[in-house]
Design a protein around this ligand. Structure first.
Ligand SMILES: C[S@@+](CC[C@H](N)C(=O)[O-])C[C@H]1O[C@@H](n2cnc3c(N)ncnc32)[C@H](O)[C@@H]1O
Length: 283
């Protein structure tokens, strides 16, 4: 499939996920398993090993319900990122806005949290969630992470939650993150990362690309791409390793032979926190 077709499929799937969340239904696009019936009204969607139970109740209890239902990440980047009052944060692929709203609280009224997403339905949902939360230091931008609509050297921290794996041009997405960061700025991203090799059938599954697995970089590739973009102080820290039952869950419904493939996938796919820094002397 061409990069443009892949992007169109990603946009359609996440548009659908946004429509479900707007109706009060949980989606599980990041991770491909259906949540049973019409999606129910679960807050954790326990059947999805990638997106379930990422945030403590204390973090989500003050957010609009639709923002929590639309959560399709694979980590909790704002819990691991260093964020200070007055800083500017940019969330790449902000979805329903959960991490933007959490960041906005951390940077306070003197700071600003931007969300960037290419899917209209997600942007509409995120703006509604912003309105419900009464967050004034937030702005959602339409655009692609490969062409960020912000000036050079304008952001203190780039966060993201399970989006870079979906990009068809990760070099360009990382180069753009580097460009918009101020000198010394931080890259603090949750993403799916691969340890070892995945079976070719998994890599070529569009269902698993949209589900945040097939397009994921290996640890070594991630480090290399970040270094090529100019970043320093690169670190990749696993936050959740998907074992056999998890692998079977996200392979289910993809048309692949789950029984034979799950054991080759188990332990090789992980949610990870990826950090790096733009050098201080780099404009
Ligand atoms: C897996 S969801 C994650 C959403 C959000 N970060 C979260 O944690 O709930 C992926 C989001 O990234 C957006 N997205 C995917 N590829 C993108 C791209 N190349 N540029 C901008 N947004 C993109 C999708 O529209 C979707 O909202």
């Amino acid at each position: 499939m061409s990069a443009q077709n892949t992007k169109t499929t990603v946009r359609e799937k996440y548009g659908e996920a946004a429509r479900r969340a707007a109706k009060g239904q949980k989606s599980s696009c990041c991770g491909t398993t259906a949540c049973g019936g019409d999606g129910g009204h679960e807050s954790g969607c326990g059947c999805d090993p990638i997106t379930s139970n990422l945030y403590p109740e204390s973090a989500t209890s003050t957010l609009p319900e639709q923002a929590v239902l639309a959560s399709l990440g694979c980590g909790n980047p704002t819990a691991l990122a260093e964020l200070h009052e007055g800083e500017v944060v940019l969330d790449l692929g902000s979805g329903g806005g959960i991490d933007v709203l959490l960041s906005a609280k951390r940077v306070g009224p003197a700071g600003k949290a931007y969300g960037l997403d290419m899917t209209d339905e997600m942007l509409a949902l995120a703006r509604e969630n912003q309105h419900k939360a009464g967050a004034e230091n937030v702005e959602f931008l339409k655009g692609e992470i490969e062409a960020i609509p912000l000036p050079d050297n304008s952001v203190d921290v780039v966060i993201s939650n399970c989006v870079i794996n979906l990009s068809t041009d990760k070099r360009q997405a990382l180069a753009e993150a580097f460009r918009v960061l101020k000198p010394g700025g931080r890259f603090a991203v949750s993403d799916v990362v691969i340890r070892g090799e995945l079976p070719p059938d998994v890599r070529s599954s569009m269902e698993l690309w949209v589900g945040c697995v097939a397009g994921a970089l290996t640890e070594g590739e991630y480090e290399d791409r970040l270094r090529e973009a100019g970043f320093l102080e690169i670190g990749i820290e696993p936050t959740r390793i998907y074992e056999l039952a998890d692998a079977a869950a996200f392979l289910d419904g993809t048309g692949l032979d789950t029984e034979s493939i799950a054991s080759e996938v188990a332990g090789r796919v992980m949610g990870a926190f990826v950090r790096a820094r733009k050098p201080l002397n780099q404009e």
